[in-house]
Design a protein around this ligand. Structure first.
Ligand code: PAF
Length: 282
């Protein structure tokens, strides 16, 4: 696998693959790769002939008090994992090439509706940062398909809408959450947890399953279910950020007739913010 950081070289490599009749898949990441990322590469390898990954810790999607500086950078280990998974090309641009005039001067791609509320409510500007960088990377790589993890459910919805609204000829493919054996969704931020916090962390998914079980049994008193969810999470050492039930396709607030829904939650263990989601089909 080649690693390059220059857009011109990226375009040349992709053009050569395309000229050879190859289907191009793209997996954008911020690095510190785990089995969830590798599942994206594995899907990409299965669905395309030439797989491009990127590693770029995008400052535009971090808030002023978030973990941009401490976000783990593990390039050598990531390169080995990508090579083993069958990735053909790794693109590792630098901030100065992505935002040459600085972030404040850069055009922002802002996706209305789905970017609001949930993580967009807790992290103002986050999804503008995500849609801007993903739009740029998609324009640089020009893949046939791009793959994203379903753990970042709202991010996937934002990207799907952006690609549709901007008529980008790219198939967006969501890949199911990869979980540890105890149910915790894999995330680069799990590495911030202390041993005790890591032991408590699966409670997030367990409490979400409990809410789901009540809803499937017919309980529609969401306020009471969410209050109990909050209490249960606090007992496990969490501080709730949000819990909501939304339509699984358009992320609109679920109503009495909704059948295909997604339960989305974010909660803090200490200073580490974890997110998870669970599909609820009635
Ligand atoms: O999900 C991520 O790792 C990032 O938000 C992404 C899509 C690579 C954009 O920076």
């Amino acid at each position: 696998m080649n690693t390059i950081n220059c857009v011109a070289q990226l375009r040349t490599a992709v053009a050569q693959a395309r000229a050879a009749g190859q289907r191009i898949a793209f997996v954008p990441t911020m690095g510190n790769l785990h089995a969830g990322h590798i599942a994206l590469i594995t899907q990409a390898v299965a669905r395309a002939d030439f797989v491009v990954a990127s590693i770029f810790v995008n400052p535009l999607q971090f808030g002023p008090n978030e973990d941009l500086d401490s976000y783990p950078r593990t390039l050598a280990a990531d390169q080995n994992k990508l090579t083993d998974a069958g990735c053909n090309l790794l693109f590792t641009p630098v901030v100065e090439d992505i935002y040459p005039d600085g972030m404040a001067e850069h055009t922002i791609v802002s996706v209305p509706g789905v970017s609001s509320g949930l993580c967009g409510g807790s992290r103002p500007g986050h999804f503008d940062g995500v849609s801007t960088i993903v739009c740029k990377l998609l324009n640089m790589v020009q893949p046939d398909l791009a793959l994203f993890g379903e753990k970042d459910y709202q991010q996937l919805a934002v990207i799907r809408k952006m690609v549709s609204d901007l008529s980008m000829p790219i198939e967006i493919c969501g890949v199911p959450i990869v979980r540890d054996t105890d149910g915790l969704a894999l995330s680069s931020r799990n590495g911030y947890l202390s041993a005790q916090q890591r032991a408590n962390a699966p409670a997030l998914q367990q409490c979400m399953h409990s809410v789901k079980a009540h809803i499937i049994k017919g309980n529609r008193d969401y306020a009471a279910l969410f209050a109990q969810f909050d209490t249960d999470l606090q007992d496990a050492g969490f501080r709730l950020d949000y819990v909501e039930l939304r339509d699984a396709l358009n992320l609109e607030v679920a109503h009495a007739d909704s059948r295909h829904m997604v339960l989305l939650a974010a909660a803090y263990l200490g200073t580490t913010r974890l997110i998870d989601n669970l599909i609820i089909d009635l």
